[in-house]
Design a protein around this ligand. Structure first.
Ligand SMILES: [Zn+2]
Length: 491
């Protein structure tokens, strides 16, 4: 009997160890591996690249070709798509218009492989394999490419202080329900959707630059005025690199997480670092452990506030109001949970990650006093914003479409996108707290995080998880918010 009890408690102990933390090593098996050798030419503003792709077919379909997103091509002179809204145009292109692109030079393994540039706007690379890759098997090839970096304060572009290498690698499109999901770039929102993969990156750059990236720098060496860094990341959705000659770095250890803040213009740098640490701590406590060993918060030439990448967030240096700067840190770090670990198609269900990031940010201010924002203030501000939007646009247009489940391309203005995705997304979760109680909502999100870690989800999965955890039917509640059939009126 004693022995049985002992075994029971040992099992319980083991279950509690594995139950409360996400296992990165185990999750890194059977994933696509990207191994790249990159060379940054400072004078030409180019990245020469050789990317070895070890693609894992996790679908049930034999695949004869693999599709990749070519995001830098949205920045071409002849692109059909604006990369920035008109309102931000001159701020982002502060030196006048500048263009970027990616050129695919060759694709090969033991033989040259056929490839084509496709998609609605040269945004897709299709690699035709010699024979099919079977389900649960790997196929391997190399893509030689060159990226031209535009002079623009954007995720992808160089500015006065930073070189932002966002989305430069050709990474595989998501294969879902028997077809490849081709992402078309939009100036609204975050036009990205990708699955977790492993990355091994070697990058050479002038040695007077300081590098911040996804994952961890495992080693580096200097040679002839250049530095080569070896970077590794497991189970991440993308790989971001930022280079700057002006970075100052401040770090603090938070349990198993090294929090690194890179900046060049922040007179409150120590306070900013403390906010980063506190935000990471708060989200770990609320939703579950952050499974990676590092997080980087990077000040950058970026004209649209902030941006999330795996293990790294950008905070735009044009934000002069410090409380907004802090808010951006808090919001972008929440994306490490909602986007980073739990992914979703950001072009189709943007409210899912943005609504949760906004709600999480508000929870940060609820849990941490002494900041310029409070939870109640943020709810009030959101209600006011939504009400004004409805009134003004209702008067101008006659009616307002308040549905949230639209693709990025279906939002006519930035204001419509922000109000339906961020503002209404936040109010949806606040309203759920009114209905179920905050404790239940947080428990539901803990479950949602644990069940969907390293996967991609849909609103149906979020709703299912809430219904299961809260033990009630919520379909009508979510429908009324998401479909926008009931126009919300706020006091
Ligand atoms: Zn966001």
């Amino acid at each position: 009997m004693k022995k049985i009890i002992l075994i029971f408690f040992v099992c319980l102990f083991i279950a509690s160890i594995y139950g409360c933390s996400l296992n990165l090593e185990k999750s890194s098996n059977n994933l696509t591996m990207y191994s790249a050798i990159l060379n940054f030419d400072e004078d030409k503003h180019t990245i020469g690249g050789k990317l070895e792709v070890d693609y894992f077919n996790k679908s049930n379909t034999e695949l004869g070709s693999i599709f990749f997103n070519l995001y830098p091509n949205a920045f071409r002179e002849t692109s059909n798509q604006d990369v920035i809204s008109l309102a931000k145009y001159s701020e982002c292109y502060y030196n006048g218009e500048s263009f970027g692109s990616i050129e695919i030079k060759n694709v090969y393994n033991s033989n040259n492989l056929d490839f084509e540039i496709s998609g609605v706007d040269e945004n897709i690379l299709i690699v035709n394999l010699n024979g099919n890759v079977l389900p649960q098997e790997y196929t391997n090839f190399v893509i030689d490419f060159e990226v031209n970096i535009p002079n623009i304060s954007h995720r992808f572009g160089y500015g006065e202080n930073t070189v932002n290498l966002g989305n430069i690698l050709p990474i595989a499109c998501v294969f879902e329900s028997g077809k490849w999901i081709e992402i078309e770039y939009q100036s609204n929102g975050d036009p990205f959707f990708s699955e977790v993969a492993n990355y091994d990156i070697e990058i050479c750059y002038p040695q007077d630059y300081i590098l911040a990236s996804t994952g961890t720098e495992t080693s580096n060496f200097l040679n002839n005025g250049k530095k080569t860094s070896f970077l590794k990341a497991k189970v991440v959705r993308d790989f971001m690199i930022v280079l700057s000659k002006n970075f100052v770095k401040k770090s603090q250890q938070l349990d198993n997480i090294l929090v690194n803040y890179y900046y060049y213009n922040d007179e409150n740098a120590e306070k900013s670092l403390q906010t980063c640490v506190l935000a990471m701590q708060t989200y770990c406590d609320l939703f579950g452990d952050y499974p990676y060993s590092e997080i980087k918060i990077v000040q950058a030439n970026f004209c649209i506030g902030g941006m999330e990448f795996p293990n790294l967030v950008l905070v735009g240096d044009e934000v002069i109001d410090y409380k907004t700067y802090e808010y951006i840190i808090v919001h972008e770090l929440a994306h490490q949970w909602w986007y980073g670990v739990v992914g979703n198609n950001q072009t189709k269900y943007a409210w899912l990650d943005e609504g949760l990031a906004e709600f999480s940010s508000a929870m940060f201010y609820k849990k941490n006093q002494g900041y310029d924002f409070s939870y109640d203030f943020l709810v009030k501000q959101a209600n006011t914003s939504f009400e004004i939007y409805q009134t003004i646009f209702g008067n101008v247009l006659g009616s307002v479409d308040t549905s949230m489940d639209r693709s990025l391309a279906e939002f006519k203005t930035e204001s419509e996108y922000i109000n339906m995705i961020y503002v209404k997304g936040f109010l949806l979760f606040d309203s759920l707290c009114e209905l179920l109680g905050e404790k239940t909502v947080i428990n539901c999100l803990k479950e949602y995080y644990k069940d969907n870690a390293f996967k991609t989800t849909t609103p149906a999965e979020l709703i299912g998880c809430f219904e299961k955890t809260a033990r009630c039917t919520l379909e009508n509640f979510f429908d009324s918010w998401i479909k926008g059939k009931i126009v919300q009126v706020f006091d």
